[in-house]
Design a protein. Structure first.
Length: 118
């Protein structure tokens, strides 16, 4: 099983980034996909989640209206479009694959750093 995040980097406040998470080694179409973030000294928190067919999405309160999660089941990839970035969005962003109600079926990527600073 592999989840490989990419697209992180340094961006100025108000800027945009698009994160990607390429999945392999498991049936991607059967897994809900999520993005989490973790800043230094803070707990990992949910940024956004998308269900298996992309019809249902959920967002953390701090990113609603600014971030958009999407998935391409043909490419086994989930995306996070981040707009109007703020310094408080600075964190490591992790991709997660999970089956609802099956905690043993949960996989994590290695994370990608997003830094929002002028």
């Amino acid at each position: 099983v592999q989840l490989v995040e990419s697209g992180g980097g340094l961006v100025q406040p108000g800027g945009s980034l698009r994160l990607s998470c390429a999945a392999s080694g498991f049936p991607f179409r059967s897994y809900d996909m999520s993005w989490y973030h973790q800043a230094p000294g803070k707990e990992r928190g949910l940024v956004a989640r998308i269900n298996i067919n992309g019809g249902i999405t959920n967002y953390g309160d701090s990113v609603k209206g600014r971030f958009t999660i999407s998935r391409d089941n043909a490419k086994n990839t989930v995306y996070l479009q981040m707009n109007s970035l703020k310094p408080e969005d600075t964190a490591v962003y992790y991709c997660n694959a999970a089956v609802v109600g099956r905690p043993s079926f949960s996989y994590w990527g290695q994370g990608t750093q997003v830094t929002v600073s002028s």
